[in-house]
Design a protein around this ligand. Sequence first.
Ligand code: FES
Length: 250
Amino acid sequence: MRLTLHVWRQAGPDAPGKMVKYEVPDANPDMSFLELLDVVNERLIEQGEEPIAFEHDCREGICGSCGVMINGQAHGPLPGTTTCQLHLRHFKDGDEIYVEPWRSRAFPVLKDLIVDRSALDRIIQAGGFISVRTGEAPEANSIPVPKEVADEAFDAATCIGCGACVAQCPNGAAQLFTSAKIAHLNMLPQGAVERDARARRMVEQMEAEGFGSCTNYAECEAVCPKGIKIDFIARMNRDYVRAKIRSTGA
Ligand code: FES
């Protein structure tokens, strides 16, 4: 199949960027989108040109490192799918495809399609862990956890931190990511000890990082490759308000 790519090229954080056109006359429908970029890069290297910089690791939809805007949509047109798992069979012969880095003030472009997502790491560092000593691993059934709670905590834990939610949000908000990371620990007994501090610190770090505010567009939920629900945002807001009230003694 023949595809025409328009790819955002930017030499560095402060360099001006522009779209550059690449013709791929022989794309295979079974290729993933990242393999398509590999093919373009091999040709660029053969021609002595700089390959397109893009981020990837597992290529199995589990690490969260890949992700680009494809025709204005985070991770492209297929719901519940990361860029590395998106195959060209979902495009038509002759398509023109626009490929850009994640869009967000809090994710500055480092080079071409790679953005700096360390703001998400700093949100995790603010409270996305359990630091209380829990001793030896207890007998598996000694802490009863209702099945529905365990299931919901697991749903939250499937967030791979790719940042698509931020990139697609018209406000550049990180509420879906932060709420999933808070929920998967706050919902379980092991995370309950630090529940208030976690909600407070992670929300306040998120606000300090320059993300926008959530106004319920729900674009984040629509593009999340793991199907994380915006219900977690309501849960995070409840946890945060409760934590603030308790900390002020009101
Ligand atoms: S490369 Fe790991 S999720 Fe795509």
